[in-house]
Design a protein around this ligand. Structure first.
Ligand code: SF4
Length: 236
């Protein structure tokens, strides 16, 4: 099932004890906090560097180009806002120059809190800033890490380009979609397999094999169906 885009995804409310955070000084830029959007209990998380523009001069909500490009990719791989939760390294949008490293370091605690509370199955980091701070490696780069699964902070992780970079450089679009297709197809298979048992023909269509694993996620074995706690799970 696909959804139309662009559209406003529901925003998650900022927790009361985090609302009004002034730890890094970005509150002086006048932007409001954005905790996340989409489905807060979704298995797949998307991590971006910071929220983009969300309201116009009159305060009316709109979908910025970054989110439109993201939604387009999500739609093309058959996912919806129910499958995803989008969150940010910085919970406020910077409006002018700032000390990037100290601000990002200060705000990281909110993301770590979210991860601890919700335990996503997969995280897709978009753009070098999100990748570097999620991987805690300030030398990390999308171009070197995309195309493979990584195990980061105990979560299966993929990386791709920032949607804004994709808008500015149309030659990245096919690679961006390719990255989304891998994650999206895995999610779709998982959904379909729960509805009906897999047939050999169906599985051949996806070029996956069959394997058994103990009740843990063994991500070292690619392209397998695993039986975990009596549930059939698929990933690539
Ligand atoms: S950007 Fe993060 S650390 Fe800085 S004030 Fe906002 S919530 Fe606090």
């Amino acid at each position: 099932m696909t959804s139309s885009y662009p559209r406003l995804w529901p925003e998650e409310q900022v927790p009361g004890d985090a609302e009004g955070c002034t730890d890094c000084g970005l509150h002086l830029h006048g932007s409001r906090m954005v905790w996340g959007e989409g489905n807060p209990t979704a298995p797949i998380w998307v991590l971006l560097d910071n929220p983009g523009a969300r309201e116009d001069r009159e305060g009316k909500s709109y979908v910025c180009g970054t989110r439109e490009t993201l939604q387009e990719a999500v739609d093309q791989v058959g996912l919806t806002e129910k499958d995803l939760y989008v969150t940010y390294l910085l919970k406020r949008r910077p409006h002018r120059a700032y000390d990037k490293e100290s601000v990002r370091r200060a705000c990281l605690k909110h993301l770590e809190r979210q991860l601890g509370e919700k335990s996503p199955q997969w995280v897709i980091c978009l753009g070098n800033v999100a990748v570097q701070w999620f991987f805690l490696d300030l030398e990390a780069e999308v171009r070197k890490l995309r195309g493979s699964w990584h195990r980061v902070r105990e979560v299966r992780t993929r990386v791709s380009y920032h949607p804004l970079a994709v808008r500015r450089r149309p030659n990245l679009r096919s690679r961006f979609l390719e990255d989304w297709r891998t994650g999206g197809r895995s999610r779709r298979i998982s959904r379909e397999i729960k509805r009906s048992p897999p047939s050999r023909r169906w599985m051949e269509g996806y070029n996956v094999g069959i394997g058994c694993a103990p009740a843990i996620y063994d991500t070292s074995i690619p392209a397998k169906i695993h039986y975990i706690n009596n549930t059939i799970c698929v990933w690539e």
